[in-house]
Write a protein that binds this ligand. Structure first.
Ligand code: AMP
Length: 714
């Protein structure tokens, strides 16, 4: 329906209006692009902008029309429900029109809505209106008709008045009862509203299967669901594991044609009735709220929980509960006045890929990073996104200059969901992956290598210093030597000043010079010095980990540290010696051997030692001797939270002397969790498992002491 040229034109206009809102003079263009995006969304299931961006454009239109009512035309998108009619299916008239919903984005909008309801129902402003709040399911809407208890018809929303029939597909969906006992409630004919959805885990499974079969992947569960509704092949609907929630009993008459809806009094009662008849309805995620303040709380709660919910939801819907009040409020041509959608902060948005930078990580790994036109997503501005590696770029068919769909769910780092090759204008270019180290600009640049089985390209020799910088940042970080106050920006600053060239320089700083630095003073230089001095005493397992030896993680560092008296002992260690340690594999071993075979590394360690860094095994590095008997013999134990009567290490020693094996995380293998103050997620996880014995500090000590008292030795 739209030519490629049209599409480019509309996509340019869209960007233009998102940056500079439309005015009356561009009203026609604004309407045209809204109709275009509605077509892409509802008919092709392939939107090129996010819902949030669509809403922003729609609001521009509403604002212009509110200021200039004379400009409203009958075909304006505000005057009708967006249409998903494709013309491929038989069209049917809905018994009751299926409208859209008005949108709200913040508490102020909700308060305005509450005030408008009171006005429409002629209630005083301080009256409390009861609302039902339920999820705004992000799937495809459906209307279901039942006659004499039998399911007879299902249709999509279409243009709100006329929808497309998809009864065979709905019959495949197990959550739609083929028979329901409406007659028990004197209803001979009913029309229900609902939403067809795919659970997120099923969606992942479907996409994994499609990937195996070489089929194009779905961008999100909504697209897969609406496509599954409108396929001509019900088997395909079954494959997509579609489910239907119902959220409204819209029409119900008895055998004399009299509406039975008033018998329910409330929307909530109507939904409960549908639940009792076997339909799938929201449960704890639906709530009756006594007033608008309770609504605020409930929508915020669900905004925070949204990612844990098994289905995609893009907001909550707030509905006046009392049906008589609903009647008083009535409808506009576009939406009921008694309901409003509260839209969550956008998780997805489109942007343009303007450049790709190639960054070098601390192991010389080259990571392509996309620079995009900044967009606001779920509360933060995003302008840089990792593209991971070359395979990622090729699989997603991402070119320079492409329009890309970006997603950021909850706290998750933003990522590129897909590109839109169909919007290319000819100026886009494939991304060229460098074959030479992108940082190194010596006359003989270094060739990148790709190790077997790894997607990443690496710079094998790191002479440009950038890799050293990354290593120093890691070295000082909390995870490694934990030098408080020595964060990334300070490491970068000292590096730029040539004060630190490798890790050893961190321990030989000139604090007199630091005091003079802009932003530093006597106090902060002093603090930094104390933090560095403290780090010098760290156990050697931290030192080993902080060296950034490829694949040598925290756990392997501990295992090795247990076996040596001094870090430099490792100069003489052979492969066999490493492999004697359970859980150390040949890859780590080879990397450590190689690292200690390099004279420059040894010289650096010697410098570190001469500056006072401890390289000898400490008490903390020594393995705990687990007693072969004791009250906890044969049990695994873990401590969490802050203990009051002893330090963590002392507690672990006591546990080991009482026969327990200390472990590092909560799993089904954990037997005992000792809980100190401010215990967090570990306690919750252990409680959820239900198999872990939970002790407080006193109980732990008492158990040990009591056992000692009665043991034969005493
Ligand atoms: P919109 O897509 O913005 O026009 O919003 C209206 C649509 O929201 C309806 O057509 C339904 O498909 C969908 N929707 C999802 N959940 C609900 C719900 N709980 N109540 C009403 N509509 C819902």
């Amino acid at each position: 329906m739209y030519t490629a040229e049209n599409q480019h034109h509309y996509s340019d206009l869209t960007r233009q209006f998102l940056e500079n809102p439309a005015k009356e003079s561009n009203l026609e263009d604004l309407k045209k692009i809204l109709v275009y995006h509605e077509y892409k969304y509802y008919v092709e299931d392939d939107p090129t902008i996010s819902d949030h961006e669509y809403d922003l454009l729609y609001k521009q239109l509403e604002a212009i029309e509110a200021a200039h009512p004379e400009l409203i035309t009958v075909d304006s998108p505000t005057q009708r429900v967006s249409s998903d009619l494709s013309g491929d299916f038989q069209q049917v008239h809905h018994i009751v029109p299926m409208l859209s919903l008005a949108n709200s984005y913040n508490e102020e909008d909700l308060n305005d809505f509450d005030a408008s309801i009171k006005k429409l129902c002629q209630l005083p402003l301080d009256a409390a209106v009861e609302y039902v709040v339920e999820p705004k399911f992000d799937g495809g809407s459906i209307a279901l008709v039942y006659e004499n208890d039998l399911f007879v018809r299902a249709a999509t929303r279409g243009n709100g008045t006329v929808g497309e029939e998809m009864t065979p597909n709905a019959r495949i969906m197990p959550s739609i009862p083929l028979k329901a006992n409406f007659s028990k409630h004197h209803i001979v004919k009913a029309e229900l509203r609902g939403e067809a959805l795919i659970r997120k885990d099923n969606f992942d499974r479907i996409n994994t299967e499609r990937e195996k079969e070489g089929l194009p992947l779905f961008a999100n569960p909504r697209n897969a669901a609406t496509g599954g509704l409108r396929t001509k092949d019900p088997i395909e609907t079954r494959k997509r594991a579609l489910e239907a929630f119902v959220y409204q009993l819209a029409y119900a008459i008895d055998d004399e044609g009299v509406s039975q809806l008033p018998a329910f009094n409330t929307h909530f009662a109507g939904i409960q009735l549908l639940g009792s008849l076997g339909f799938k309805i929201p449960e704890h995620e639906m709530k009756r709220c006594k007033n608008i303040e309770e609504v605020h709380q409930f929508v915020r709660l669900w905004e925070a929980r949204r990612d844990d919910y098994p289905y995609e939801i893009d907001g909550m819907v707030i509905k006046v509960n009392d049906l008589k009040m609903q009647e008083k409020c009535g409808f506009t041509a576009h939406h009921p006045r008694w309901a409003i959608a509260f839209k969550f902060k956008a998780k997805q948005a489109t942007s343009k890929l303007i450049a790709v930078e190639f960054q070098v990580g601390r192991f010389g790994t080259i990571t392509p990073v996309a620079k995009i036109e900044p967009i606001y997503l779920a509360g933060v501005t995003v302008s840089s996104i990792s593209l991971h590696n070359e395979d990622f770029i090729r699989n997603k068919n991402i070119w320079l200059g492409d329009t890309v769909l970006v997603e950021r769910a909850g706290d998750v780092i933003p990522y590129i969901v897909k590109s839109f090759p169909e919007l290319r204008t000819g100026s886009e270019k494939p991304i060229e992956f460098p074959t030479l180290c992108p940082i190194n600009d010596t006359p003989n640049p270094i060739k990148l290598i790709q190790e077997e089985g790894e997607a990443a390209w690496r710079c094998p020799t790191c002479i440009c210093g950038l890799v050293d910088l990354q290593k120093m940042i890691f070295h000082a970080s909390k995870e490694a030597m934990d030098i408080e106050g020595f964060g990334k920006s300070i490491v970068e600053r000292f590096y730029d000043l040539h004060w630190i060239k490798d890790m050893s320089d961190i321990y030989n700083l000139d604090y007199e010079q630091i005091k003079q630095l802009d932003g530093f003073g006597v106090k902060s230089a002093e603090n930094l010095k104390n933090a560095v001095e403290k780090a010098k005493k760290n156990p050697i397992h931290r030192v080993l980990h902080a060296l950034s030896i490829h694949h040598l993680g925290k756990k392997a560092s501990k295992l090795i540290a247990e076996q040596i008296n001094h870090v430099l002992d490792l100069k003489n260690w052979t492969m066999e010696r490493y492999l004697e340690i359970k859980d150390i594999g040949p890859v780590v071993a080879q990397n450590v051997i190689q690292w200690f075979a390099n004279d420059a590394n040894i010289a650096m360690l010697e410098r570190m030692e001469s500056y006072g860094v401890n390289l000898a095994q400490t008490e903390e590095d020594k393995p705990l001797k687990v007693s072969q008997d004791g009250v906890f013999y044969g049990k695994t134990i873990l401590f969490t939270g802050t203990l009051q009567r002893m330090g963590r290490k002392e507690a672990e020693e006591k546990a080991a002397l009482a026969g327990a094996q200390n472990v590092s995380g909560v799993s089904s293998k954990l037997n005992i969790l000792v809980v100190g103050e401010k215990a967090g997620s570990k306690l919750k996880k252990a409680q959820d498992l239900g198999t872990v014995q939970i002790l407080n500090e006193d109980e732990f000590i008492t158990l040990i002491e009591e056992n000692q008292d009665i043991s034969p030795e005493h």
